[in-house]
Design a binder for this molecule. Structure first.
Ligand SMILES: Nc1ncnc2c1ncn2[C@@H]1O[C@H](COP(=O)(O)OP(=O)(O)OP(=O)(O)O)[C@@H](O)[C@H]1O
Ligand SMILES: [Mg+2]
Length: 266
C-alpha cells in the first residue's frame, strides 16, 4: 500500500553558510494492506519527521514515496488533495488534535464534508457519525460538547472516529496513546486493531513504548539518529534484536502493559 525508498530529509544548519543537518537518512520500508509496521526509537530520532514525509505533509529531500501504486513524491498539492482522503494521521497530543471551538459532532463529520461524502447535518451524515461513535465507544451526549469538555481518552476516541470516517487506506498513528493512562491506551489500541481487521488499512504506528508497539504491530522497525537500524517480524525483533541499540531498547520493557491489555481483551 505504501512504500518509502531511500528517503532522506535535511535542514539548513546555519544562517549564513549552507551546511545541512540530516534528520532522516536513507530510510526504506513498505507496509502492505491490513498490516501494521511499528516504529520505535528514542526521542528526537526523526520519527515524526518520517511520519510527515510518509503522509506527504512534508516533502523529502531525496527518495521516493509510492502510495497505492502511485508515485506521490512530487505530485502537486491539487493532486495530493484527492489522495488526502486515503491517508490519515493521528498525532500524539489529543488536546491539540481537535479544534477547541468545534463541537465533537462537527469534528468527526469534518473530513467527510471536505471530501463531499455527506452534506452537513443530513440524516446520512448523522447516521454515519452515530455508527462511528459506536465503533470507538463514545455516547451521543459527547457529540454536543467541545473537546475541552471531554477526557483525554474520549478526545482520542473522537480523533479515531474522525480518522476512520473516510475509510482511509493508510493511517499513521504518531504516539496516539502516549498521553493516556495504561487502561485507556489498551482500549484505544484494541479499537484501532478491530477497525483494521474490518477496513484493512495499512498502518505506521509510532511509539517509544515497546509494549504498545508489540500489541499492535505485525513488523517492527527500530530507528536511531535518522536511520532504521533493523526491521523484522515482531517476535524476532523483540526477542532477538541484532543491534546493540536494539538490545538496549528492549531492556525498557513495559511488562504491566500486557497484564492490562489481557484484562481489556478478555
Ligand atoms: N523544521 C525543522 N527544521 C530543523 N530541524 C527540525 C525540524 N523539525 C524537526 N527537526 C529536528 O529533527 C529531529 C527529529 O525530530 P522529530 O520530531 O522527527 O523526532 P521524533 O523522533 O518524533 O521525537 P519524539 O519521540 O520526541 O516525538 C529533532 O532533532 C528536531 O529538532
Ligand atoms: Mg515525534
Amino acid at each position: 500500500m505504501i512504500a518509502l525508498e531511500n528517503i532522506s530529509k535535511s535542514y539548513r544548519k546555519n544562517i549564513f553558510g549552507n551546511q545541512r543537518t540530516d534528520i532522516v537518512k536513507d530510510v526504506t520500508f513498505n507496509i502492505q494492506k491490513g498490516e501494521t509496521l511499528g516504529l520505535i526509537g528514542a526521542s528526537g530520532c526523526g520519527k515524526t519527521t518520517l511520519a510527515k514525509i510518509a503522509t506527504r505533509l512534508m516533502k523529502p529531500t531525496t527518495g521516493q514515496i509510492e502510495f497505492d501504486g502511485n508515485d506521490i513524491t512530487a505530485v502537486s498539492e491539487t493532486e495530493m488533495r484527492k489522495m488526502r482522503q486515503q491517508i490519515q494521521i493521528m498525532f500524539q497530543n489529543p488536546e491539540s488534535a481537535l479544534n477547541p471551538r468545534i463541537k465533537i459532532y462537527d469534528s468527526i463529520a469534518e473530513i467527510m464534508r471536505i471530501h463531499k461524502i455527506h452534506k452537513k447535518n443530513t440524516a446520512d451524515e448523522k447516521r454515519k457519525v452515530k455508527e462511528l461513535i459506536d465503533i470507538v465507544g463514545l455516547q451521543e451526549e459527547h457529540l454536543l460538547r467541545y473537546p475541552g469538555e471531554l477526557s483525554g481518552g474520549q478526545v482520542q476516541r473522537a480523533v479515531l472516529a474522525r480518522v476512520l470516517s473516510v475509510e482511509p487506506k493508510f493511517i499513521v498513528a504518531d504516539e496516539p496513546t502516549s498521553m493516556l493512562d495504561v487502561s485507556v491506551q489498551a482500549q484505544i489500541l484494541k479499537i484501532l486493531k478491530d477497525a483494521q481487521k474490518e477496513y484493512q488499512f495499512a498502518c505506521l504506528f509510532i511509539s517509544h513504548n515497546i509494549g504498545v508497539v508489540k500489541a499492535v504491530s505485525d513488523r517492527i522497525a527500530i530507528m536511531n539518529e535518522g536511520m532504521i537500524l533493523e526491521e523484522g517480524e515482531v517476535n524476532s525483533i523483540i526477542d532477538a534484536p541484532k543491534t546493540e541499540f536494539g538490545k538496549a531498547l528492549m531492556d525498557n520493557y513495559y511488562a504491566d502493559f500486557y497484564v492490562e491489555l489481557d484484562r481489556v481483551a478478555n
